[in-house]
Each structure stands twice: as C-alpha cells, then as structure tokens.
Design a protein around this ligand. Structure first.
Ligand code: NDP
Length: 321
C-alpha cells in the first residue's frame, strides 16, 4: 500500500506517520510505503522524521520517499492524506485563505489525477478541509468524486467522548452519533439517533444545545488555549480511524461521520463536500439514508450547509473549480 502524506513535517504529520507505519491504519498484515510531500523549506525536517521512522524498525514499513514535487509524491498512491495547508494568519480574510489554499489543493488534485493508483482514496485534513477537498476533486476529473473526502472524524470522536463523559457509558457502547455540515464552528453534532448499548435513551435538550454542541464545536479552540498549539495527536488518530473504516468497513449496526460529495441527500445541495452519517463496506462511503430530521436539526444543518455554499461560490469566483 502506497500512502502519501502532505505536510509531513508538521505536527499532525509527526503524530500520523508513526501510527501508519506501525500498522494502526490497515492492520498487521498490510505493508506500507510512505511518500512524504513537503514545502522546500521543510524538506530537512521531513528527513528528520524519516530518520526517526527508520529508527522505529517497524516491521510493516517499506521505503520512504521525501519530495517537494507533487507528481512524484502521488505516483502510484493508494491513499493520500492531504494534511499540509495554509493556516489563517492574523488579519487574513476568508477569501484570502480560500485563495491561498486553492493554490495548494488545485495542483495537488491535478497531480493525484495524473499519477495516483486507480483505487486512490483521498482524505483532506488541512483546513478549510471541506472546500479544499472540493477543489482537489474538481481538479481531478478522471478520479471519481466519491474517492475524495474531508475529515470530520475528529469532531465525531469528540462527540463520542463528550457523550461518554456525560452519561458514564464507555465510548464502545455508543453508536449512531452524527456530525453534519462543515468542519468549522457551524458544524452540527447530532445525538438525535444516538444509542447506548443499542438502545435509544433520554437526552436533555438543554444540555445538548447549551453544553454538548458548543463543547464539541469549540474543542479545537479549547485545546489551543490549554496546550498553546493546536490538536495534533487526536487529529492524526481521527485520520487513522477514517481511513481504516473506509478501507476495512464500518462496524455492523453503527455508522461514522465523513465529509463527502453530496448527492443531494438530506437537502444538502449536490456537489458540496458536507459531513454526513456514512457507512463503508470497504468500497465507497455510503450515506445513511432515511433518518428523521426534526426542526432543530434542520436549522443547524441548513446553517452549516449555507456556509459551505458560500465557500463554494467564493472558490468558483476565484476560478478554482
Ligand atoms: P498541523 O500539522 O498542526 O496542521 C495541518 C493542517 O491540519 C492545518 O490546516 C490544520 O488546520 C488542519 N487541521 C484539521 N483538523 C485539525 C484539528 N482538529 N486540529 C489541528 N489541526 C487540524 O500544521 P503545521 O503547521 O504543524 O504543519 C503543516 C505542514 O504543512 C508544514 O510542515 C508545512 O510546511 C506543510 N505544508 C505542506 C504543503 C505541501 O505539501 N505542498 C503545503 C502547505 C503546507 P488549522 O490551521 O485550521 O488548525
């Protein structure tokens, strides 16, 4: 399995690569080769990470290639984790952020189109992840859009952890939690279908609206406030979970959350990369259909999807799609 990681010398990359090389992503039987894409100024740091990977003597780890050339990095890739992106800096408008990232994700989409393996699966982690995935997919016309996804698994895992903390139920007993919409402050963590030990349970709506939703949506900022830098190990762990479930399948009776290209389900405009409840049997992600959406959920989903539509309009206007 050839796995390409962009932004490999960054802090998420530093947490992610060791998990992949240890076999945490695809299990103990699948050897992995790594392709690390970095900016020219970060190639030395990427070399250092590769030296540490060597020093772990992971039995599953094959060769490691380090490059600043996207065509080389995506050559033969079965899995591509697009982590490196341009962070928002002080005073930067959203339009500037989208343009700066368009300059990264449009060429990477083209490089995936031209070089990756036929079965490539792409996970975008770098923010604004949903719209970066849309840009990459639009620039890879020969790769089915179902092969592109953006990460809301960390939000999903945060929701599981919060519900576990509030109820005392272990995360392993919780199922059918959903993240809808954009991986941003407008995301909607939804417990309307959640189960504990397979059973529906009484949910305090005040707790959901005033505590649970803001805690999940604001968790990234809380971690920056506490740690001084953004979450990295938990983001890397969520990326491992996302790819493992996509390639090996989701557990029977449960689903997970991933941002994928909408087919118009649940009133989400077709073509937007939005988070949905999804399952996988090892092929493409499938949206869980037929869930009831109450008025509160409708309003929250629509608000987040409206933000995605605005982002799409902005990158369309920039000629990135
Ligand atoms: P991180 O590794 O901490 O983060 C990388 C990206 O992941 C950021 O866009 C970050 O968004 C995003 N992200 C998504 N979800 C989360 C989450 N839950 N918690 C934290 N981050 C999340 O960034 P670093 O600055 O340490 O490293 C980035 C690396 O990427 C650098 O080494 C840089 O050189 C490289 N880079 C490579 C490119 C390439 O390969 N062509 C292009 C651009 C950069 P947010 O900023 O919003 O937190």
């Amino acid at each position: 399995m050839i796995i390409t990681v962009t932004g490999a010398a960054g802090q998420i990359g530093y947490a992610l690569l060791f998990r992949i090389a240890s076999g945490a992503m695809f299990g103990p039987d699948i050897p992995v080769s790594l392709r690390l894409l970095e900016l020219p100024q970060a190639l030395d740091a990427a070399e250092g990470v590769a030296m540490e990977l060597d020093d772990c003597a992971f039995p599953l780890l094959g060769d490691i290639e380090i490059t600043d050339d996207a065509d080389v990095a995506f050559e033969g890739a079965n899995v591509a984790l697009l982590v490196g992106s341009r962070p928002r800096t002080a005073g930067m408008e959203r339009g500037d952020l989208l343009a700066a990232n368009g300059a990264i994700f449009a060429p990477q989409g083209r490089a995936i189109n031209d070089n990756a393996a036929d079965d490539v699966r792409v996970l975008v982690v770098g923010n604004p992840a949903n719209t970066n995935a849309l840009i990459a997919s639009a620039n890879a016309p020969d790769v089915p859009s179902a092969r592109f996804s953006a990460m809301t698994r960390l939000d999903h895992n945060r929701a599981l952890a919060q519900l576990s903390g509030a109820t005392g139920a272990p995360v392993s007993a919780i199922s059918r939690v959903t993240i809808w919409g954009n991986h941003s402050a407008t995301q909607y963590p939804d417990l309307s279908n959640a189960r504990i030990e397979g059973e529906r349970f009484e949910i305090d709506r005040t707790w959901v609206e005033q505590d649970f939703i803001p805690t999940v949506a604001g968790r990234g900022a809380a971690i920056i406030a506490a740690r001084g830098v953004s979450s990295a190990a938990s983001a890397a762990s969520a990326a491992v979970d996302h790819l493992r479930d996509w390639v090996l399948g989701t557990p029977v009776g449960d689903w997970t959350s991933a941002a994928i290209v909408s087919d118009g389900s649940y009133g989400v405009a077709a073509g937007l990369v939005s988070s949905f409840p999804v399952t996988s049997d090892g092929g493409d992600w499938q949206i869980v259909e037929g869930l009831e959406i109450d008025e509160f959920s409708r309003g929250r989903i629509d608000a987040s999807v409206a933000e995605l539509a605005e982002e799409r309009a902005a990158v369309e206007a920039l000629g990135l799609l």
